[in-house]
Design a protein around this ligand. Structure first.
Ligand code: ADP
Ligand code: MG
Length: 619
């Protein structure tokens, strides 16, 4: 087959343009990226060889070798990992495979200095080689295949692929250094870079100089070392490597257990949300090792889905080395490790929550919505999760726990009140909260989609029922209030109110479930509420939005007997011909209540016509 020249994907060309024009001071990170790739390639080989022993081909001594040639001005990295065949070279090194790079490109501002800072944060994987090299050659042979392939590019829009020779499997990358980048040929410089960025890599990084070879990194699995020997920076570098992340971890959890269950964990909670956090697959992303041998990063049972934000490594001595992915399903060892991880992570979170509320709040803002999925689907940990949960509140700023809430309950108050909606600010202005506010009763404001679901399965906390503030009910009557009961002050007398209610019911018919005097409104004229036993209004809206439901339930229309409009309507209701006179007003009251609630209008044209008639009369 003759050599073939191809175009890079447009995004790659853009990326390469930035990288090659980089006046970036930390160009040395290219080595971190290439070593990281070599390490991944060796992990992949180990995994593949578990089911096909022949892939080893007698060469089990996995490593990366660096060779500097001062006369040719080349730096060569060579690994004996999985290797790439022709198709893989083309797709892996010609398109953007990794997720981080997409984010990187999205974050670009066009401002050179800012974009350079982003390179430092993100790293740009393989393509960072072009920061120091004017030409990059890759010679690769895939494990189990005989043909090797050659890939070459100067980073300016195209690359060429052709046949090559290579004595065994693996990948060799030859960097033809640009003028002025000769420092990357100096052993001392290479030694320092590897020590700084790649010490934690479990694979030996060997500097080869003629017959001399020197291992530059510690080359032992970081998680197997003693905590006391590991610096903060090493943990951080490892996190960046294992999570393909660029932020600082919020929490680092390094633990070992021996005895009934033998495992080591090095887990991280990221400082920022991974981009795929709400991916529908909800996959855990931990890497599973058995006695330092990489098994898989696709073990779905290793942690519950509501801990899928965890990153890092689990190494177990209780799993056989030749375990297949299928064997990991319903595996009792995996189940016990899952238990242990869940227990440890929850206990770390509890510690943080009680020792450093501010830091914990930051965690909650980032991952609270995911943790709350556990309230819904994990009965076993529900109580622990309820204690860890934090909420926004109608009466105070910041985050409130359920225990905080209970401590602030009013005399005579018996339930924990919540309200669901889309936005905090909108909820705070909700008419349903007026009565609660008047009595100083706190309401928790819930805006995550998952809230509707866990509320349907968690009836109470610490013996207090959890209730939606939008439910009908006379709960507020029982609550002692310090202020005078202002809402009831100058309301209309019972008979007139009764007549109005009867008229409204007659006019509105099936459009409402009931019409009632409200105990909760102080400023607004009307609001809707859900009858006891009916579906929560916000949940119903959400289900409609996702096409899981196509009905609109009739609600209770509550009217405020001290509102001037209601008083005027009540006065009119007692005069002859009331039903005709009140028809438009009754419909408009219901429309108004629906609008405030965020419900769609049943009949927008009818609404416009009624509004026009009423305005005309008023003028
Ligand atoms: P990432 O490592 O995040 O996937 P990179 O740009 O660093 O992104 O690498 C792109 C892809 O190229 C890798 O995912 C891998 O499939 C392939 N690759 C790079 N280096 C090697 C290597 N030394 N051996 C085998 N495959 C490699
Ligand atoms: Mg990489």
């Amino acid at each position: 087959m003759t050599d073939q020249t191809m175009q890079f994907q447009a995004e790659v060309t853009r990326l390469l343009h930035i990288v090659t024009h980089a006046l970036y001071s930390q160009k040395e990170i290219f080595l971190r990226e290439l070593i990281s790739n070599a390490s991944d390639a060796c992990d992949k080989l180990r995994f593949a060889a578990q089911t096909d022993d022949s892939l080893w081909g007698g060469d089990t001594d996995l490593k990366v070798t660096l060779q500097a040639d001062k006369s040719a001005k080349t730096l060569t990295l060579s690994d004996n990992g999985i290797g790439m065949n022709r198709d893989e070279l083309i797709s892996n090194l010609g398109t953007i495979a990794r997720s981080g790079t997409g984010e990187f490109l999205a974050g670009l501002s066009g401002d050179n200095a800012k974009d350079m800072a982003l390179i430092g944060q993100f790293g740009v994987g393989f393509y960072s080689a072009f920061m120091v090299a004017g030409k990059v050659e890759v010679i690769s042979r895939k494990a189990g295949e005989d043909q090797a392939w050659h890939w070459v590019s100067d980073g300016s829009g195209q690359f060429t692929v052709g046949e090559a020779e290579r004595s065994g499997r693996g990948t060799t990358i030859i960097l033809h250094l640009r003028e002025g980048e000769e420092e990357f040929l100096e052993p001392e410089r290479l030694r320092r870079i590897v020590k700084t960025y790649s010490d934690h890599i479990a694979l030996p990084v060997v500097l080869q100089d003629g017959d001399n070879s020197e291992t530059l990194n510690a080359a032992s699995a970081l998680w197997a070392r003693a905590k006391s020997e590991i610096t903060e920076q090493q943990y951080k570098d490892f996190y960046h490597h294992v999570a393909h992340a660029f932020d600082d971890p919020w929490l680092t959890l390094h633990a070992k257990a021996e005895g009934k269950l033998d495992y080591a964990l090095l887990l991280f909670i990221p400082g920022t949300r991974p981009h795929d956090l709400f991916d529908p697959a909800r996959r855990p992303q931990l890497k599973l090792y058995a006695r330092r041998v990489f098994i898989t990063d696709r073990c779905d049972d290793l942690v519950p889905a509501w801990l899928r934000f965890l990153r890092g490594v689990v190494d177990s001595a209780d799993l056989p080395l030749n375990v297949s992915r299928e064997m990991l399903q319903n595996n009792p060892v995996v189940a016990r490790i899952r238990q242990a991880i869940t227990r440890r992570v929850l206990s770390e979170l509890e510690k943080k929550a009680s020792n450093d509320a501010e830091a914990y709040a930051k965690f909650w803002e980032t991952f609270g919505a995911v943790l709350k999925e556990g309230l819904y689907e994990d009965r076993e940990h529900r109580d622990q999760l309820l204690k860890l949960a934090r909420f926004r509140s109608s009466t105070r700023d910041g985050w409130v726990s359920l225990d905080d809430y209970i401590a602030a309950m009013k005399e005579g108050q018996n339930a924990i009140y919540v309200i669901n909606g889309d936005q905090i600010e909108q909820l705070k202005r909700s008419p349903q909260l007026e009565g609660f506010r008047a009595k100083g009763v706190e309401v928790l404001l819930l805006t995550d989609p998952v809230d509707d679901f866990w509320l349907s399965v968690v009836p109470d906390y610490a013996g207090k029922p959890i209730k939606s503030a939008t439910r009908a009910g006379d709960d507020l009557d029982a609550v002692k209030s310090e202020a005078s009961d202002k809402p009831q002050e100058d309301k209309i007398e019972g008979a007139a109110l009764g007549t109005l209610i009867a008229a409204l019911k007659q006019i509105l018919g099936d459009a409402v479930k009931d019409v009632r005097e409200s105990k909760r409104l102080t400023d607004s004229a009307v609001c809707l509420s859900a009858a006891e036993g009916d579906m929560d209004m916000h949940l119903e809206r959400l289900l409609r939005l996702h096409q899981k439901l196509d009905r609109v339930s009739a609600r209770i229309l509550e009217i405020n007997p001290s509102h001037p409009l209601i008083k005027a309507l009540a006065a009119r209701a007692t005069q002859p011909g009331a039903t005709d006179a009140l028809t438009d007003a009754a419909q408009l009251l219901l429309d108004q209540a629906r609008l405030v609630e965020g419900e769609p209008l049943a009949d927008p044209q009818g609404f416009a016509a009624r509004l026009a008639r009423v305005m005309e009369k008023a003028l």
